[in-house]
Design a protein. Sequence first.
Length: 389
Amino acid sequence: MIRYISELNREQLNGKKVLLRVDFNVALSQLPAVNNQPPTFKIAEGFRIKSHKETIDYLTGNDAKVMLVAHISQINSFLPIVENIGEILGQTLTLVPLEHISDSGKLFSASSVLLLDNIRQDSGEEKNSDELANKLVQGFDLYVNDAFSVSHRKHASVSAVAGKLPAYGGLLIKKEIEGLSKALNAPVQGKTVILGGAKIATKLPVIENFLDKAEKILVGGAIANNFFKANGINVGASLVDDGTLSIKNLDMNKIVLPVDALVSDDRTGNGNVRFVDLKKPDIAAQESILDIGKESIANFTEIIGLSKMVVWNGPMGLNEVERFKNGTNAVGVAVSKVGYSVIGGGDTVAALSEEIRSKFTFVSTGGGAMLDFLAGKPMPGLVALGYQE
Ligand code: ADP
Ligand code: MG
């Protein structure tokens, strides 16, 4: 059983030093360099950061002192964006260099919310190093994991550290587990799963796990190309991931594939574009499937409209190009009208406007983590907190 911070009251938190794992690994846009200054960065999408606000506010509101631990992939240090993160959270953050990792528990005199710099600068993080975990916990009273989206990783700040202090789940982890568990455990009747995007290896286990948990599984995006190929359709220059073999053994009764596709000889959207009927496919060698077709949109929309619950991960096409975004947009609108809707995936969330996003019941911050959870795989970060299905 996970113990959550909501069980801790002011008396238990007041003055306590809390090590809080969050996920600030967000997409950044680089601003043009001015006067030979080093490049500056802006947060392009702050959804993940903002999702931790409730947990941070709960801890600081009960007078705990918090050190945030996180990683970032696009840049080496949080320095260029620490102010921007603080704005999103409504907190003044003090950045702590990794050199001070062992005495960071002493640095709270300056500020009650600290951000330890990019934890993946330390090679021990991804090795789940015990030594790093010991350094991290020095001077702290409690460990809280709020980083659901990193909890499928067996890393030191997610896994090893949890054994060294009283460990709790944050409010975001609580919401994620509740929202996604509901999607897994709800009655089969009226439940539809929609999978798209590109990485078949990460999506196939979800399809397999939902074969007996959903009424229908709609497959679009590049992962549908694997199915077309397995069915003997010539997909031309379409993006196909490996994994075709395991698809052959899937029970196809519940799986609904696109019946038509938008193809083009140019992925930038500037070439010739035409619809192909996949019952009579005639895709040329230089053409790629880049979106689901009109009839598929109508089929998918109808099934979604009849659903009580929908779980969606993965765009229906090459959504970054306007011309190939119709399938993703149409599915987004249809899903937003369903009684209980769960969506997730970095690219899926980024593809939808904030207005439409606000209409879903639950938007997961997890990409790979959401897929692992929905595939029923044990997640090291949750196991370390005592999670049991
Ligand atoms: P998520 O991040 O939501 O889990 P993925 O990372 O699996 O989704 O896939 C998203 C990517 O898949 C997007 O960049 C999108 O352009 C690409 N994609 C989807 N369908 C196609 C397609 N038919 N051809 C090429 N790329 C596609
Ligand atoms: Mg992605």
